[in-house]
Design a protein around this ligand. Structure first.
Ligand code: ADP
Length: 162
């Protein structure tokens, strides 16, 4: 029984995140999507509860996936939940450097923790949450970037935020 954790900001969830979630759900017995409550939240962000609610809607049909909000160190969260593996998505070499450093630091903080990287599907390598927010704020069409079931909610939130 392998329990994997997929951590991130998911601010908001994109089709790139869903690609990783769907594939990881097929690889591991149980997957927890852990929404990090950002301490230094960039302006215009969704709250952690909003980000988690969007992810819950998108993962409803994946029975081995749950969504949680996590505070503090990922290494502590993994220890506390008893998870076996951390899953990260890799878009390009630019992601790799930071992810590699993070994986090594996490291993130092929690030697039992393993990090597994899943390469982005080619059609999502350019996609990021910040790009979705930028395009949405400027009135662009984000249909191809975010899951269909939460598109309207994301647009509503982006256009009505303070
Ligand atoms: P971002 O704000 O850059 O989208 P997140 O913190 O929400 O980043 O990402 C969480 C995890 O998902 C990270 O491992 C990140 O590399 C990965 N990820 C983000 N976008 C994609 C994508 N389009 N394809 C594959 N993995 C992705």
């Amino acid at each position: 029984m392998i329990h994997a954790v997929y951590p991130g900001s998911f601010d908001p969830v994109t089709r790139g995140h869903m690609d990783i979630i769907t594939r990881a759900a097929g690889m591991f017995d149980r997957l927890t999507v852990a929404v990090a409550r950002n301490l230094n939240k960039p302006s215009g962000s969704f709250t952690a509860e909003e980000r988690a609610a969007l992810l819950c809607r998108c993962t409803e049909n994946l029975p081995n996936v749950t969504v949680d909000v996590c505070d503090g160190l990922l290494a502590d969260y993994v220890r506390k939940t008893g998870a076996d593996v951390v899953v990260k998505g890799l878009r390009a070499m630019s992601d790799f450097e930071q992810e590699f450093q993070q994986a090594l630091i996490n291993k130092k903080l929690n030697p039992e923790m393993e990090t597994v990287f899943i390469c982005s599907s080619v059609e999502y390598t350019y996609l990021s949450s910040s790009m979705v927010k930028q395009v949405g704020t400027l009135g662009g069409d984000i249909s191809d970037f975010v899951p269909a079931e939460v598109k309207d909610e994301i647009i509503h939130r982006i256009t009505n935020r303070t």
